[in-house]
Ligand binder design. Structure first.
Ligand code: 3HC
Ligand code: NAI
Length: 700
């Protein structure tokens, strides 16, 4: 079947688009639509329908064409051709109409959609703005305030909501073609005009004073120096103040500026990185998977409860196992509380909450696990305990059940060795809060079976997580990189910085949270316990963690004890600087013979981010990550790394590996080899003038 087909059904010309997998507006499709609309002007049709084959309506511009020489017709020409059609054109939407795809629909004279469909302008997530009239047409239909929300958030909305916002004219419940034909016939019958959205004007006097400036301010707090969100506001403002063609010209100028920006390059990198992370070298796409219709979680603590919610949200029944009834009741109460928070935020209905809760069944008996398809262990981080549990699971669970651990650091093979079926054992490393964070590290043990790995990757999609495959090594990908990152934060602290300076530098650069605030949130006792369990030979220079250890010994465990690196208001949890912490820092600096000095913001930023990059390079050499972009996905989705900087490895490429390498050498000369040794892979790529993006796993 060719990309665009045309068929006359009665009085109606049906234009069918077929450009798998997602009907992106590549050159061929643009040409096809343009030609079909043009040809249809001269035939017997009285109205036209634009309909897509496959799993979705048009998902947007073809992102792979960005940066390549443009080929006519441009999307804007296709859109003009549709809008200027003398016969009414109806978009018939199923799946998702996104970005340029929704802009095509907005250029049609009418829009109908299946009730399951979603529409949206998600360009902002790629560091872009709608560049084919979306910022001019959406506010003309939906109003300025609604359009600002829709375009700056970029989240697709369901058809019914779009209908209530006047972005869709009719919602169709079952057969899309039948419904669209009926709709088009009605239009013909009532001699309906070709309603061009461009002809609607917005009265500037109807816009409340200060709407744009207020919106800009709020937006900046959420988007920290990102270009596209602010440009979107400028475009919507232009839709109010300028004639349509001038508004379009403004939109195009700003679209091009965004397209050429490093922010968009980073966000597009993450888009494709997330998708390639799902592909596993040596594991064919058609590797069989095991059916997962029921799950058990062992441990209803911080992680277990959140993990259980993921499965319940996906409609999969969960048995939640605890050590005793008290612990179980506490865990179930937290789950209940979390669902109530979602309910209050309008993220789910009362019925949905009841349904999810009905799918989570607590138990204190392992005997209840004989039939489950998957078990995820989330008990204390203790090898002996985990081995004991896996031995029990081995005896209890049916053959073929997948036995997974949520361990953060432990050796998967050692855990698997406690069973008679190591091929069924795998790491499923969720991130806290597990019901919110998108990342899932799938940790492959040396004996994990291919179908177990394939099932884990598939399962991630079911529970709406982004999976990344990691090898079995201390801290896998993310937590291993956190070690030198945290080390540098500690060293900056003792050498002269304050917690506030470090957090402000990292947060204003875009990290969701600075390292000190993150430590306070997670609990300073966690790292402390890990350090206590290290052998003396592994403990390293006492200067590194002496401040963190001192705070723990003072009972300052972080937010949960009301104080850590900061003081926390018991009512509001608002944080404030605490002079006592500065005294602790200064005392320990003196004890360790460290002369505190002024540390620049740039030094803090470089030491922390280059520590991540250097460890990332070692992780690639060791085969713990399949590809540099997988590391980027881990950091963006699991550790709050700013997506518009593309993850640590992309960030390294964007500033140049030679520059990173030179800086690391300078750190080594200043602080010593036990802290800084440039990774051989980084050294090699920097010397060859290459990037991580050029590097492929078979070069290992
Ligand atoms: N261009 C090129 N390729 C695209 C694409 C696009 N717009 N959207 C998806 N693809 C590719 C993916 O890379 C993937 O390729 P792969 O199989 O080789 O890895 C394949 O299509 C399938 O994509 P998903 O795995 O994401 O499939 P899902 O079914 O899970 O999701 C989707 C489908 C919701 C449409 C999702 O792909 C998506 O969100 N796509 C991007 C939508 C978007 O951002 N559109 C705006 C583009 S920018 C634009 O339109 C500018 C305009 O204003 C001028
Ligand atoms: P937690 O201490 O909050 O919860 C552990 C729970 O396991 C407790 O409720 C305890 O009663 C229960 N438990 C202990 N022994 C049990 C047994 N034999 N049978 C059934 N239940 C038992 O711990 P948390 O933080 O949830 O961590 C669990 C695991 O997840 C650890 O391996 C940890 O490393 C890992 N992890 C933790 C993250 C975090 O941020 N807290 C993030 C990612 C992984």
């Amino acid at each position: 079947m060719s990309t665009v087909n045309y068929e006359l059904v009665g009085d109606i010309g049906v234009i069918r688009l077929n450009n798998p997998p997602v009907n992106a507006l590549s050159h061929g499709l643009r040409e096809g639509i343009w030609g079909a609309i043009k040809n249809a002007q001269g035939d017997a049709s009285k109205a036209l329908i634009l309909l897509c084959e496959g799993r979705t309506f048009i998902a947007g511009a073809d992102i792979t064409e960005f940066g390549k020489p443009p080929q006519a017709p441009a999307l804007s020409e296709v859109i003009s051709e549709i809008e200027n059609s003398r016969k009414p054109v109806v978009a018939a939407i199923h799946g998702t109409a996104l970005g340029g795809g929704f802009e095509v629909a907005l250029a049609c004279h009418y829009r109908c959609a299946l009730s399951s469909a979603k529409v949206g302008l998600p360009e902002v997530k790629l560091g872009l703005l709608p560049g084919a009239g979306g910022t001019q047409r959406a506010p003309r239909l939906a109003g300025v305030a609604a359009a600002l929300e829709l375009i700056t958030k970029g989240t697709p909305i369901p058809a019914a909501k779009a209908e209530s916002m006047k972005l869709i004219d009719r919602v169709i419940s079952d057969d899309l073609l039948k419904g669209a034909l009926a709709f088009a016939n009605e239009l013909i019958e009532r001699n309906a005009p070709t309603c061009r959205v461009r002809d609607i004007t917005i009265d500037p006097a109807s816009i409340p004073e200060g709407l744009f400036s207020d919106f800009r301010q709020k937006l900046e707090k959420r988007t920290h120096g990102q270009l596209a969100p602010q440009h979107i506001v400028t475009c919507v403002e232009a839709a109010v103040q300028l004639p349509f063609e001038e508004g379009l010209a403004k939109e195009l100028d700003l679209f091009i500026e965004c397209l050429l920006s490093s922010q968009s390059a980073a966000l597009r990198h993450i888009f494709f990185a997330e998708r390639s992370a799902k592909k596993i070298y040596g594991l064919p796409k058609d590797t069989p998977t095991r059916e997962i219709n029921s799950v058990a979680i062992i441990g209803a603590g911080t992680m277990g409860g959140g993990i259980a919610m993921n499965f319940a949200n996906a409609g999969i029944p969960v048995k939640l196992v605890e050590i005793n009834q008290n612990a179980l009741d506490r865990g179930l109460a937290i789950i209940d509380k979390n669902y109530n928070i979602s309910l209050k935020k309008g993220k789910l209905t009362e019925d949905q909450k009841t349904h999810c809760l009905s799918l989570i069944e607590g138990t204190t008996h392992y005997a209840d696990l004989t039939k489950v398809d998957l078990v995820i262990e989330a008990v204390f981080e203790n090898m002996a305990l985990k081995q004991e549990i896996f031995a029990k699971l081995d005896k209890t669970c049916k053959p073929g059940a997948i036995l997974a651990t949520n361990t953060s650091y432990q050796d998967i093979d050692q855990i698997a060795a406690a069973t008679s079926r190591p091929e069924d054992v795998i790491g499923l490393h969720f991130f806290s809060p597990a019901n919110v964070m998108k990342l899932l590290e799938v940790v492959r043990g040396s004996k994990s079976a291919d179908d177990v790995i394939a099932t884990a990757m598939m399962l991630a999609k079911t529970i709406k997580k982004t999976p990344v495959l990691a090898g079995n090594g201390y801290g896998f990908i993310g937590n291993r990189m956190l070690v030198p990152y945290a080390r540098e934060a500690q060293l900056c602290l003792i050498e002269g910085a304050t917690p506030e300076q470090i957090d402000t530098v990292m947060q204003s650069w875009g990290m969701a949270m600075g390292p000190m605030a993150m430590g306070d949130l997670a609990g300073l006792d966690i790292g402390y316990k890990v350090r206590q369990n290290l052998a003396d030979s592994e403990k390293g220079d006492p200067k590194t963690y002496c401040i963190a250890d001192a705070l723990v010994s003072m009972g300052r465990l972080g937010q949960k004890s009301g104080a850590g690196y900061y003081h926390y208001d018991p009512e509001t949890r608002a944080r404030s600087n605490d002079p006592q912490v500065l005294t602790v820092i200064e005392t320990h600096a003196e004890e360790q013979g460290v002369e505190r000095r002024e540390i620049s913001d740039t030094e803090i930023l470089n030491r922390l981010t280059f520590a991540l990059i250097n460890e990332g390079a070692k992780i690639l050499e060791d085969g713990i990550a399949q590809r540099p972009s997988d590391i980027d996905v881990v950091y963006v989705y699991g550790y709050g790394f700013p997506p518009h900087r593309g993850g640590p490895m992309h960030y390294a490429d964007s500033i140049g590996l030679a520059k990173v390498y030179d800086a690391i050498c300078a750190f080594r000369d200043q602080h010593g080899e036990h802290y800084w040794t440039p990774a051989p892979l980084l050294t090699q790529l920097a010397q060859e003038g290459k990037t991580f993006a050029n590097w492929a796993h078979n070069q290992r």
